[in-house]
Design a protein around this ligand. Sequence first.
Ligand code: ACO
Length: 156
Amino acid sequence: QSLLPKGYTFRSLRRSDYKLGHLDVLADLAHIGDISEAEWTERFDYLAKCGGTYFVLVIVEAGDNEYEEKRIIGTGTLVVERKFLFKLGIQGHIEDIGIKADQQGKGLGIKMLNALDSIAKDVGCYKTILDCSAKNEGFYVKCGYEKAGTEMQHYF
Ligand code: ACO
């Protein structure tokens, strides 16, 4: 928290964050489609029920009054996978990292990754992995990641 510049706060995603622009941040990352507040809330409730599995963080920009939240300007997710392999190893998956276009380049993205990695360590993950496009490789290297494996996909 103290590592963020003044006027920005880290916290977990809240049930009221549809109104604070959570989807606007994700829209800069990939196609979203039309999602109503009710649909968003249903998904939020589902994730919340899977205790200890989904950790969604947001960075919130303060308004004129520092206690007022103006908008969400960054987000990132850690999904915790509990394996049988590696003596019941726990592996973290980093997903959906996004910093609003007008806020990029201020060191917020790397802080988001550090925060998610720190949660991963706290819950016992032995490593975190992620998929990204070639243009973001340099960013993840700066975050301490190294290239490994080949990504495969199968659309349905
Ligand atoms: N390539 C190489 N280096 C980069 C890149 C890049 N694409 N982006 C940032 N960096 C470097 C910065 O120069 C900085 O280096 P420095 O410490 O030497 O000055 C360092 O990485 C940290 O940069 P930040 O300012 O923390 O990065 P930012 O806040 O701009 O966030 C991010 C980076 C998340 C990639 C942002 O540009 C973004 O949201 N892009 C659009 C959405 C996106 O592509 N998200 C990633 C999807 S992959 C996934 O979610 C697993």
